[in-house]
Design a protein around this ligand. Structure first.
Ligand code: CMC
Length: 427
């Protein structure tokens, strides 16, 4: 009978050890004691970027690579994007189950009453340089929220945690859109009760002198879909940053601020803007074949490929379908036909297929933001509003998980061996 174990022979000593395999993983801990030598405490796993290291057990998001599926708490992303709303998905991520009608009404009300920010936050935003990036302002203001709530650090208290979660979800759009208006030199727009969560994002960004701001339901649905597809993606770099900072027992605002700043790096934060730049550079669908040949020798096809997926990213098709609906409101950008042609040609090309390079969510994300009227400087900020739901869910799961403790990876030291200090005068 087969056993769920791995037998490892240490050829330095000739000894064999049997390590338990659970959920297709072995515990790094099991590599310490048996393999300890006079020189050190045992074996460590060298894994730059933690690409093959599971840092937690999580029941929030599952990426099924074989079937190219993305599920939140067991629900397919396609079904959530079609039938749910961002606020309901946020509830699902954080609480583990879909809400009943009564629970959802309460959830929306609890978040809605917390959508306002203290006047001092506005003064804080006003203090940034006129050209500060909205992502920088968002990270700083999210972190600053802790200073407004004395109970922010009471992370072992369930009620205090609940309040910070509601505050964070409620205030993210207000902070994000205030950062945008600051950059434009426009007055801040307050959130209102008669608009949805997403309707308020649009109103707080674009409202000028209208007495009542009307939101086109197709635009609202498109932005809601973008928030849903970006709500969580298990242990991405930014989510890992949230967990790592939170593992020190910080308040959730500090942890989420770390996530915002992690997102601002070009490897993640600029993928959608870089995709638009690439589409502009290609210029027309007729130039796609030549561009694909160039990419095989140098550069990367933006909006394609993924660290995890080696099959199509299920989110790409969802966003593409929503973009089509949006074309009833705003005429399609000529860049859409170029993106479609890239997807079609790459799917027929042995180079991309054999490497598992398919469209990722970013191929159509920027085009959809653009069709809504959201400028490129705000793409990352929109992503951060969406991902804050996942970050908070992951933070909460970590805080409640007795197996988790402060993140403290090991290193392989490759620097100089011990040597004597030489005084400055003798060097
Ligand atoms: N275009 C062309 N070739 C590629 C691409 C691409 N986008 N991605 C990977 N490759 C090739 C790469 O050149 C390599 O070829 P070879 O084996 O001949 O050397 C092979 O595929 C494997 O590359 P890799 O660097 O090991 O692959 P990776 O899994 O580390 O790369 C990635 C993942 C996302 C960094 C990469 O696909 C990429 O740079 N994509 C473009 C940027 C982008 O769209 N980023 C957004 C990702 S989705 C984010 C999210 O989930 O929210």
């Amino acid at each position: 009978m087969s056993r769920e174990t791995l037998t490892v022979t240490d050829n330095r000593t000739g000894e064999s050890f049997e390590l338990a395999i659970e959920n297709s993983s072995i515990r790094a801990d099991d590599l310490t004691e048996p393999f300890a030598t006079d020189d050190g405490p045992g074996l460590v796993v060298y894994d730059p970027g933690f690409l093959h290291t599971a840092s937690c057990r999580s029941s929030i998001t599952n990426i099924n690579l074989r079937r190219s599926l993305l599920e939140h708490r067991g629900y397919l992303i396609e079904e959530l994007a079609e039938q749910s709303t961002f606020l309901e998905v946020a509830y699902l991520l954080i609480n583990g189950e879909l809400p009943t009608a009564a629970e959802f009404e309460q959830w929306k009300a609890d978040i809605s009453t917390r959508k306002f920010v203290h006047e001092n936050i506005k003064a804080f935003i006003q203090g940034f340089r006129y050209d500060a990036h909205p992502m920088t302002m968002l990270g700083a203001t999210v972190g600053a929220l802790a200073s407004f709530y004395p109970d922010a650090g009471e992370i072992t208290d369930g009620e205090a945690r609940r309040l910070q979660i509601l505050r964070l979800i409620g205030k993210m759009p207000t902070l994000a859109t205030h950062a945008y208006r600051r950059g434009n030199g426009q007055p801040y727009v307050h959130p209102v009760d008669d608009l949805s969560y997403v309707g308020n994002i649009l109103s707080m960004m674009f409202r000028m002198s209208e007495l009542s701001y009307k939101v086109d339901p197709r635009v609202e649905k498109a932005l809601d879909t973008l928030l849903i597809v970006h709500a969580d993606h298990e242990q991405s770099a930014a989510t890992t940053a949230v967990r790592a900072v939170g593992s020190n027992g910080t308040d959730p605002y500090a942890a989420v601020a770390a996530g915002v700043y992690a997102l601002s790096g070009p490897n993640r934060g600029a993928a959608d803007t870089d995709t638009l730049a690439m589409l502009r550079e290609i210029g027309s669908p007729a130039k796609v074949p030549a561009f694909l040949e160039t990419v095989k020798n140098e550069g990367r096809l933006m909006g394609f490929g993924h660290w995890v997926y080696r099959s199509p990213d299920p989110r790409a098709a969802i966003v593409r379908a929503r973009l089509e609906e949006l074309h009833e409101v705003t005429p399609p950008s000529p860049l859409v036909a170029i993106a479609d042609e890239l997807a079609k040609r790459a799917a027929e090309d042995e180079y991309f297929v054999s490497r598992g390079i398919y469209p990722n969510v970013d191929l159509y994300t920027g085009l959809t933001y653009q069709a809504i009227g959201i400028p490129e400087s705000m793409f990352g900020v929109m992503f951060a509003i969406a991902r804050s739901a996942g970050w908070i869910a992951q933070w909460l799961e970590m805080v409640l998980d007795p197996e988790q403790h402060t993140v403290r990876p090991r290193q392989i030291y490759v620097g100089p061996a011990e040597r004597k200090y030489v005084p400055l005068t003798k060097r």
